[in-house]
Every structure is written in structure tokens, then in C-alpha cells.
Design a protein around this ligand. Sequence first.
Ligand SMILES: Nc1nc2c(ncn2[C@@H]2O[C@H](COP(=O)(O)OP(=O)(O)OP(=O)(O)O)[C@@H](O)[C@H]2O)c(=O)[nH]1
Length: 333
Amino acid sequence: MATTEFNGALSKDQESKSDPSLMLQVFDRIALPTFVIDNNHVILHWNSAIEALSGLSREEMVGTSDQWKPFYQSPRPCLADLILDGGHDADVQHYYQDKYRTSELIPDAYEAEDFFPECGANGEWLHFTAASLKDNNGNVIGAIETLSNISARKKAEFELIERERTYRELSITDALTGLSNSRCFYQQLDLAIESSRRYNHALSLCFLDLDDFKRVNDTYGHMVGDLVLETFGTLIKAGLRTNDSAYRYGGEEFAILLPSTDCDGAIILANRIRDNLRNHNVPADEHTIVNVTACVGITEYKTGDDPRTLLARADNALYEAKRSGKDCTRVEQ
Ligand SMILES: Nc1nc2c(ncn2[C@@H]2O[C@H](COP(=O)(O)OP(=O)(O)OP(=O)(O)O)[C@@H](O)[C@H]2O)c(=O)[nH]1
């Protein structure tokens, strides 16, 4: 069998002999949805793949300027139309905002990605490239637009982003109480101190610690202990304003950061949480109710503080509260 070497370009002779019906077949049988418009924006070719994507037959489409129909609710230029009109950046920007860029494969062409709610049963994500078509003298005589359905890739990308978000959230969330954990606390403490320093805002830090919690565990079991911790977390959360944030700092130790709040405000909040906890009945079983109390140590940011000094003062205040007989709030200025 004779073989022909093809180096990527047709000679003039080969070009003149090339069969237009073969070119049409090639166009029709490539798997990428594609259409061609002439320089009056009228559809010349509408291949089988775009028939399948759009549900619109070439009989309906060729000879019209309805190339927008599969993609938009009302007439507007497609990327091929904009290319045909000179591909001016401002025009393309107007219709495709930040969703387009210069094609990496085809000179003087644009490519874009977008979601088309009108396309298919539930909308489709499409990647599309539009390029001008020129005659031998370099005059633009039409434009071609090639599309590919990237919905499956987009779905995988979104799932990955969602998984990463969930993973990130889990990595900073305490599973038992739903509060942020100590890793998040240290990050937020740095930010809160930086913000107070820069804007000269008040900042209070509270450490909260359940009293005699070991006895709860020893008397009622670990599961009841967990229930108490969960309840305490819920009561803390319920007492906070939007800008406040609470953390499970360690086993039965919790922390609250109160931006724009001085010590007096923090004491009011701490005592409210303690009152709620003291009055809350945690059911150990059908016949037994557990009541617990907590101590709170409070300190307020002062000029020159860093996380270490602030933490040390809050810790001292908590220690003082424990030493004073528990179920109380102490402040170290
Ligand atoms: N159920 C349960 N217990 C925990 C958890 N994390 C820490 N603990 C328990 O918390 C208890 C803390 O005991 P201590 O540090 O002696 O504190 P305490 O008994 O509350 O005493 P004071 O703080 O002095 O009032 C220990 O028994 C730990 O096992 C947890 O996630 N679940």
C-alpha cells in the first residue's frame, strides 16, 4: 500500500486538489461541537457534535444568525461574532468579563469558560475557542467557534474545593463541641492582638474551666462528661455577639476572644455564662441530673502585650478563680 508523508502543510498543488467534500466531512465528523459563520454573522456550518450538544439541527441553524440560541435566552453575540467584529478587548470584556483569555493554541483567537444554564437539561459548563477565518489575502471572511463540554471536570473541581473546605474546617473544629479548636485560637489571637494594636481597640480574653470535672467523669462516666462539655460549648456559643469567638482550648478548658470589649464587658459576659451553666440540668440518666459550675479568668489587652503575656495573665486570673473556691470570675489587669 502506498503511504504519503504529511509534514503539516499542504503544497499549493495538494491544496488545489483537496476535496471540499472531504473537508466538510472532516468538519462534520470531528467530535468537538463546532460552528462557522460568514462575515455577515450567518451560520455556514453546524456540525453533528453541536447538533448533539444544542439539540438544534443544522437544517434549523444554517442560514440563520441564531448561533446564540443554544447558549442564551435572547439574542446576543457569541465569541465568534465578537472575533468577527475585530475581537476588541472592550467588547469581549463586556460579554465575558474575566472568563476569557487569548487562546494558547491558536493565534489571534480567544478562549473562554462559562456556565450556560440554558444548555442541556441542567445547564452545562463549556470551554469555547473562537478564531477568525481569512482568505488568501488576509481578509476576514468568517469565524469558527469550537466548544467542549467541561461539566464533568468542573464538577470534579467543585467537589475537590468543597472537600478541601470541609477538611480545612474539620482541622480547626473541635468535633465534640463544634467550637473552633486551639490551633484556630492561636491564629485568631495573633490577628486580634494585631488589630487591637493597630486600631487601638479594646480586646479581652477569657479562659473558662469547668470545676471538678474529673469528679463528673469519675462519678457518671466519660459519656456524661462529654455531654457536659457539649452543653458548656453550647451555652458559651449562645452568649456571644457576632464579633466574639469561642474555642475549646484543651480538655475542659475553653477560651473566648472579645474584640472591642473591655474587662467590665467581659465580666458581664462571663458571669452570664456561668449563671446559665449553674442553672442548667444535664441529664446523666433518667433519674439523675448533673449540675456543674465553671471558673473564668479574664484579662484585657494592654500596649506592648504579645500572645504570650496575654495568655499568661488570663491563666493567672483563672488560677486565682480556682484558688478562691471555684464558680467565680477573676480578672488580672
Ligand atoms: N469526658 C471527657 N473528659 C475530658 C475530656 N478532656 C479532658 N477530660 C477530663 O477532664 C478532667 C480534668 O481534670 P482536672 O484537670 O483535674 O480538672 P478538674 O477536675 O475540673 O478540677 P478543677 O479544674 O481544679 O476544678 C480529667 O478527668 C480529664 O480526663 C473529654 O474530651 N471528655
